[in-house]
Design a protein around this ligand. Structure first.
Ligand SMILES: Nc1ncnc2c1ncn2[C@@H]1O[C@H](COP(=O)(O)OP(=O)(O)OP(=O)(O)O)[C@@H](O)[C@H]1O
Length: 337
């Protein structure tokens, strides 16, 4: 898009009532004023030792409180899992289970299906990797048996993140692991399937492609299915792929499904994929700094660009971090500013 057309768009949007995180400008200004006041209090210059100590004391308490909310009382060493996994966890400096891990892992090890409602950053990844990998280890699942654990996640980035944890965790165990995501060479992936990927982390589109076209992909022995971020999977439009996958994989298996929100579509997916699941909820939002003020704007797709562009232009002098859901958007906005 040329600079002129962008300027035209900006002019247009300026004429319209501006959508902001607050309902109107004066409210926003009031909010900003309060925010500045709060910021002043939080970062007030040191005026003496007493003030310093009080701040340090508060920060210390807050840190401890957050730690208590994040961690459970259970240690990985107390779990009924193999020593090789325990050693891998120790190498990664994981000693105490987070709340979601303490609630999920024992049930999954006992053969139950899991329906997890947990916010991002709660430690879901280990909550499903530790028990499912342990199951494969116990039954001595071999590369020639194909895929025993399948983790489906909505984006390439999330899959890579899970795969990296899985690789480190499996350092001392013989089971193989692999990543299958869109954008990679299918031939290379075929070679990996020929050897056998015991723990497979995949995006749904590429996974269905291999299920339909790669005879080397053995998924008939699948034991555990993990559906990560189910709400996002459906939001992106992977319903059809999920239905195909669920029809093809064995019905006799264990499943864990994680979703931050519940919708009718997710209820259908739950009915299709889980059997008498244990419902696990972790409500503490440990991902966000407690003092952070938050707001949001619901914007139609076609107005999103205009809103973001004007907002960023208006706040050029501030430090802002913007997250996008794909690489192309990041590139586009980076080129624009
Ligand atoms: N038991 C633990 N002890 C210490 N740190 C942990 C533990 N479990 C997870 N973490 C750390 O917490 C962070 C969040 O974990 P993880 O990525 O599994 O969360 P998540 O709920 O899957 O979030 P996301 O959806 O963003 O991936 C990671 O940096 C991870 O290394």
């Amino acid at each position: 898009m040329s600079k002129d057309s962008v300027n035209d768009l900006v002019k247009k949007v300026k004429k319209k009532k501006r959508v902001t995180t607050c309902e109107n400008e004066s409210e926003q200004e009031k909010g900003e004023e309060e925010g500045r006041e709060e910021q002043k209090q939080n970062v007030a210059p040191n005026t003496g030792n007493e003030h310093n100590e009080r701040n340090e004391h508060n920060e210390h308490n807050e840190h401890n409180e957050r730690k208590e909310k994040f961690y459970s009382k259970l240690k990985f060493d107390d779990l009924d899992i193999c020593d090789s996994l325990k050693k891998g966890l120790r190498d990664l400096n994981f000693t105490t289970l987070t709340e979601i891990q303490a609630k999920c892992i024992p049930h999954f090890l006992n053969g139950k299906d899991i329906l997890g409602a947990a916010k991002t950053g709660s430690g879901k990844t280990l909550a499903f990797l530790v028990p499912s990998i342990n199951i494969l280890y116990n039954i001595k699942f071999l590369p020639k048996n194909g895929t025993g654990v399948l983790v489906i996640s909505p984006t390439r980035e999330l899959c890579i993140q899970i795969y990296n944890v899985c690789k480190d965790l499996c350092k001392y165990i013989p089971q193989t692991n692999g990543l299958i995501i869109g954008g990679m060479s299918k031939n290379e992936e075929k070679k990996k399937f020929m050897y056998g990927i015991n723990v497979l982390i995949a995006t749904p589109g590429r996974l269905v492609d291999h299920m339909q076209n790669t005879k080397e992909f053995i998924y008939q022995n699948l034991i555990c299915l993990i559906i990560d971020e189910a709400d996002r999977l459906l939001q992106i439009g992977f319903e059809e792929e999920l239905n195909i996958i669920l029809k093809k994989i064995p019905q006799k298996r264990q499943t864990a499904l994680f979703s931050a929100t519940q919708t009718t579509k997710i209820e259908n997916l739950i009915r299709l994929s889980l059997k008498k699941p244990i419902f696990i909820e972790v409500t503490t939002n440990i991902a966000t700094v407690e003092r952070l003020k938050q707001g949001y704007a619901l914007v139609d797709q076609d107005k999103r660009f205009l809103l973001l562009f004007t907002f960023l232009k208006k706040n050029m002098n501030k430090k802002i971090m913007v997250f996008f859901n794909n690489c192309n958007s990041v590139q586009f906005y980076n080129d624009l500013f």
